[in-house]
Design a protein around this ligand. Structure first.
Ligand code: DHB
Ligand code: FE
Length: 281
């Protein structure tokens, strides 16, 4: 049977992708940020997953205000990296895993989570930057990817609790897939940041570090954080953190914290990163 062996969360700031693509990761500004991912790249090489599920948000690239799915699952065979205005990132095509994705759709929808099924999807920095942080710059991504988009752009996004429960349903879906696949799930976005208006540039390290503690060791408390607290404490784009709860819900109640990294700033954002392994694996 398939199993979820581990989860990881990480920011997806577009400027991180540009730094990687342009070979600037050794610059004084970027070095401390990328240093915190060296261990992660080693870790994922060792884990060598068969599939990665990436929980991310589309930033008005594939979807727009005309169509706003709360949760959308990619069931396609491949996903083209998007041109977000400065050309496509020079990263490989993202290969999908349609068999597992369709099984997840069936299992999760019959489990009463009404996902939107997506068979054509261009993937933006929300998905490609986490792949680059974890896998570097390979000629081809080392494993297939299943994208799961969450609406955190247009109010109302799903609650943290709904995201945690969706993660649990994804865990059940993967565990009921009749093939021996080792799956890792990424939750992307965050941490505190606000890109517009009077509080643009807001960073709240105290909130972020508390969230890192909770996501690892008290996910129910993390899931109880209301939207207004994210807005107040982590800024308007800090709401992206609810996607980390999907990742967390797919893991066991108790997990092993393998690695943690926190760095400010990357562009306008506090970068957070955590790797959690299921204790049973
Ligand atoms: C930035 C961060 C994001 O999460 C994003 O989607 C776009 C920009 C930033 O900090 O620049
Ligand atoms: Fe974002």
């Amino acid at each position: 049977m398939a199993e979820i062996v581990a989860g990881a969360a990480m920011s997806h700031v577009p400027a991180i992708g540009v730094a990687i693509d342009q070979g600037n990761t050794g610059d004084a500004y970027w070095r401390p940020l990328f240093a915190g991912f060296e261990r992660s790249r080693q870790w994922i090489r060792e884990v060598d997953p068969d599939v990665v599920i990436v929980v991310y948000n589309d930033h008005a690239t594939a979807f727009s205000l005309e169509l706003i799915p709360t949760f959308a699952l990619g069931c396609a065979a491949e996903y083209q990296p998007a041109d977000e205005g400065w050309g496509r990132r020079p990263v490989p095509m993202v290969k999908g895993q349609p068999e597992l994705a369709w099984h997840m759709a069936q299992s999760v929808i019959l489990d009463e989570f009404d996902l939107t099924i997506v068979n054509k999807l261009e993937v933006d920095h929300g998905l490609t930057v986490p792949l680059s942080l974890m896998f570097g710059q390979p000629d081809a991504w080392p494993c297939p990817v299943i994208p799961l988009c969450v609406n955190v752009v247009q109010y109302p996004p799903p609650t943290g609790n709904r995201c945690l429960n969706l993660g649990r349903a994804i865990g059940r879906a993967v565990r009921s897939f009749d093939r021996d696949l080792r799956v890792v799930i990424f939750g992307t976005g965050g941490m505190s940041h606000q890109l517009q208006s009077k509080r643009a540039g807001l960073i709240n390290s105290e909130f972020d570090n508390r969230f890192l503690d909770l996501i690892a060791h008290d996910p129910r408390a993390a899931a109880a954080i209301p939207h207004v607290e994210y807005l107040r404490e982590a800024g308007s784009e800090g709401i992206e953190l609810v996607m980390w709860l999907v990742m967390r819900g797919a893991l066991d109640e108790n997990v092993r914290e393998v690695h943690r990294h926190y760095h400010v700033p990357a562009s306008n954002t506090a970068v957070g990163h955590i790797i959690l392994e299921n204790e049973t694996t």
